[in-house]
Design a protein around this ligand. Structure first.
Ligand code: PDD
Length: 276
């Protein structure tokens, strides 16, 4: 296994990070996940732009174009060629004595690896989803490596044999532990607005565009948890999830027989076409 770290590609056993790295001490860093599919890295520019925007939001001085230039050498080192894989990237504020204030003139710690990974043409899974209180902070728009709220709520889903946890803040559905959520009611598509309470997913943006192309009305309007039972369909989106139908959300069952709602299916088919 190879890992890119601070300019060099190492065997993962030889890649070392200081215990004083601010990513380790404070969770002070940003990450990104993207996938290489048959025809290249899916929405690469959108992912790299989001990484740069997030680094800028927390003032980590790093130019993502340096990392971009290392993607192909890294993939070549795995002999992955153009095989499908998942690419994980992480940039932290670097190594400095433990003080809360941002250190001056410290180079960022930059890490990236890839894993063989394949995605189905269409995600035919029908997700069982639990509801959990969204006790995360108020800057969920930042793709922070500090993911305690996400992993705790996801773990609750796993222990209840569910596929995902969807979060509720002040009675409003925000997003999943690692996905965005959409609802359909009377042929209109609803999703939480891209504000500080959700991550503005790349897949979310793609789905919004697909809705416009398919002339499906979309409303970036949050759905209250007590309105779930009046919705016709619901689905999750994410880089590794693609578009996944929800069969059960909290106590509400959308489909009993594993059926997929018509608008969800239409969007899944349109999404699959984008992948070439
Ligand atoms: N998760 N919301 C949260 C909280 C996420 O962590 C993610 C992605 C998404 C979907 O974003 P996108 O469509 O850009 O993948 C929404 C990644 C995949 C992860 O943490 O592994």
């Amino acid at each position: 296994e190879k890992v890119f770290l601070n300019g060099t590609i190492y065997s993962s056993n030889d890649a070392h990070i200081s215990v004083f790295d601010r990513g380790f001490l404070f969770g002070d860093g940003i990450y990104e996940v993207m996938v290489q599919l048959g025809n290249g890295i899916f929405y690469k520019k959108a992912h790299l732009d989001r990484l740069q925007e997030n680094l800028d939001k927390i003032n980590i001085p790093y130019d993502v174009s340096h990392l971009e230039a290392q993607i192909n050498p890294l993939l070549d080192s795995y002999n992955l060629g153009d095989k499908t894989c998942l690419i994980y990237m992480q940039v932290t504020r670097g190594v400095a004595p433990r003080k809360h204030a941002y250190p001056k003139d410290v180079p960022a710690t930059v890490m990236m690896y890839a894993l063989p990974f394949s995605l189905p043409h269409i995600n035919t899974k029908n997700m069982q989803v639990i509801l959990q209180p969204d006790f995360r902070w108020h800057r969920c728009d930042i793709k922070s490596i500090s993911l305690l709220g996400n992993i705790m709520t996801n773990e609750a889903a796993m222990t209840q044999n569910a596929d995902e946890a969807v979060l509720v803040r002040d009675g409003i559905i925000t997003e999943g532990s690692h996905t965005n959520i959409f609802f359909i009611k009377d042929e209109k598509v609803y999703t939480h607005p891209a504000n500080e309470h959700i991550l503005d997913g790349i897949t979310r943006k793609i789905v919004l565009e697909l809705c416009r192309d398919l002339e499906i009305t979309v409303m970036e309007k949050a759905i209250p948890a007590d309105k779930i039972s009046s919705m016709d369909e619901a689905f999750l989106t994410g880089t590794t999830t693609q578009i996944a139908s929800i069969s059960k959300l909290g106590e509400h069952v959308f489909h009993t027989s594993g059926a997929i709602g018509p608008i969800t299916l239409k969007l899944q088919e349109a999404f699959a076409k984008l992948k070439g």
